[in-house]
Structures are given as C-alpha cells and as structure tokens.
Design a protein around this ligand. Sequence first.
Ligand code: NAP
Length: 320
Amino acid sequence: MKAIRVSDFGGPEVLRVQEVPDPKPERGQVLVRVKAVGVNPVDTYIRSGAYARKPSLPYTPGTDAAGVVEALGGDVKRFKVGDRVYTNGTITGACAELALCDPLRVHPLPPKISFVQGAALGVPYATAYRSLFQRTHAQPGETVLVHGASGGVGIASVQLARAAGLTVIGSAGTDKGRALVLEQGAHHVVDHRAPDYVDRIMAITEGRGVDLIMEMLANVNLAKDLTMLSPGGRVVVIGNRGTIEINPRDAMAREAAILGMILWGATEAELTSIHAALVAGLENGTLRPIIGHELPLAEAPRAHQRVLEPGAYGKIVLIP
Ligand code: NAP
C-alpha cells in the first residue's frame, strides 16, 4: 500500500509517499481502508520533532481517518467487514491506504456523514467536547467565546455549544471565516485581529463579560481573555504556541479559573463518553463537520503548511 513515511524529523518536505507492506490485523485489531485523513496542527508539531510525544522513526503520521472496515483480527465483535467508521487513533498511522487500529479507537460513521467529514472528528470534535463539557462544565444559558472559531476545533465548538443552549460568540481573522462561524451557529462574530475586539465582546455581553473562553492561541490572547470574563468565568487553554505575561489580579478579581486541556489526558471512560456523544450529535444533525480543503495524499507537505497558515476554514483532509 501507499503511505506517507517520515524518516527524519524536520520540515514538511520530510513527508514522503512510499510503498510499504499492507498491515495484517492480529487478534483484537481492526484494519480500516482509509478514504480520508484529517490533518491536525499537532501532526506538524510531531513531524518537526519539537513535540513532547515523539514516535520512533520511521513512522506514518496521522490519527484521524474515516473509511471502511477491511478486515478483522480474532475476537473483535463490535464491527464487521464493510462497516463505515472513523478513527481517533491508529496503530500504524492514518496517512495511508490502510490503517491498523485498536477497536477502542474506531467508531461508527453515521450514513449521512461523508468520509471526508468523518476524518474531521477524531481530534477536533473530541477536543471541543472535552473542553466544553469535561473541563469547563459548560451550562445551557452561559455565554462562550470560541476564540479561534473558524478552524477544526472552533467549528466543532460552535456547533456543540449552540446545540447545548449556550450563547455563542466566535472569532475569526477573515471575512470568509467569520461568515462560516455565523453559518455554523454562532450568535455573534468578531475579528480577533481587530484592535477593538475586546470592546465589541464587552458590548455584546452588555458589560458583563463571557462565562467561558475556549482559547486556541493562549500565548497571544490569555492576558486579554482574563479581562473579558464574567465573575466566576473560566478560560480553557486548548492551543498555545509560546509564552505570555498576564496580570493575575484580573483572575483574582473575578474569581476566574484558567484550565488546561490536553486530549491525551482523557481516560478511556471519558473517550468512550465523548465519542458516544459525538456519534449521537452526528446522527441527530447537530454536528456537521466542515471541510475547507481536500488534497491528495501526496500533497501532505502542502497540507502541513496550510494548517498553520492564517485564514482557517474548517478542516483540511488528505485523500489516499
Ligand atoms: P486550525 O484548524 O488550524 O484553526 C486555527 C484557529 O486559530 C483558526 O480559527 C484561526 O483563525 C485561529 N486563530 C489564528 N490567530 C488567532 C488569534 N490571534 N486569536 C484567536 N484565534 C486565532 O487548528 P485547530 O485544529 O482548530 O486547533 C486549534 C489549536 O488548538 C491549535 O493550536 C492546536 O494545536 C490546538 N489543539 C490542542 C489540543 C489539545 O489537546 N490541547 C487538541 C486539538 C487542537 P483564523 O485563521 O481565521 O485567523
């Protein structure tokens, strides 16, 4: 089969298509024929060699795929050959024509959800769900700022928060991104590059501030976030690419909380709960992944560049 292989950590150019032997499922494993692969920012951090979790070389990148069950090892009862599925982790890597998986990382893909949409679920939707419901315990009636709403995690957060009865404010850096955020359920949208966006959010909330902030770029925004929270407000740090100076008094005065969130921190029980909720949301139509770019597998280097550029519009997926 064809797969993307990384033999040395480095820039996007280290992602190369190679012919490798087809994986065979052993007892307790599922083999998925991959139809689409989701590209996440974390894939680029891992590829660069700068991430805390480093795979041994050579490796095939990617965790999020959607496709069809091709074969089953012994003792796998939850799936049958031909089932449509999505993954939130693989044993052999998602950027390939076939991916070997632990059945715990494989979930049913409802019929109305396409394979490219299925590839947008694993990291982005699970991150959004965990941040909203397992870390900040969002409640209906609260107001949430999805700070960076136009990308994979942001669109998922907007859809989940809207369906749960929150008032949703989304931010994006382009007109196209802001239009998408509104279309996907945000009640209000702001431009996170505009100098007055904090004033706009305070005006939208009639001076009270927001109850929750889902923060995609904490090293840029955390100090301002703490000034936009309502009393007892919470910021959940989802994305961060550097350091920032904050005034702790802003948190103290509001009895605010800064929470971290790392998807790898979820327990098996929490992941089971997350994916059960996501499948239900896909079935009832509240969750509708948005795909901005589809590229052939061989263009993985371009996808890794694109996912870090401004102007996000939903997900970037690769097609084997
Ligand atoms: P993505 O699809 O590339 O989207 C990036 C988002 O960040 C876009 O909405 C972008 O908006 C926005 N952004 C850019 N500049 C911003 C600014 N100054 N203020 C606020 N938002 C800004 O990435 P993603 O998959 O949604 O992931 C978002 C971040 O979360 C990444 O840093 C990723 O590594 C991290 N993440 C962490 C976890 C975890 O377990 N903690 C899990 C998943 C993702 P425009 O392009 O419209 O400007």
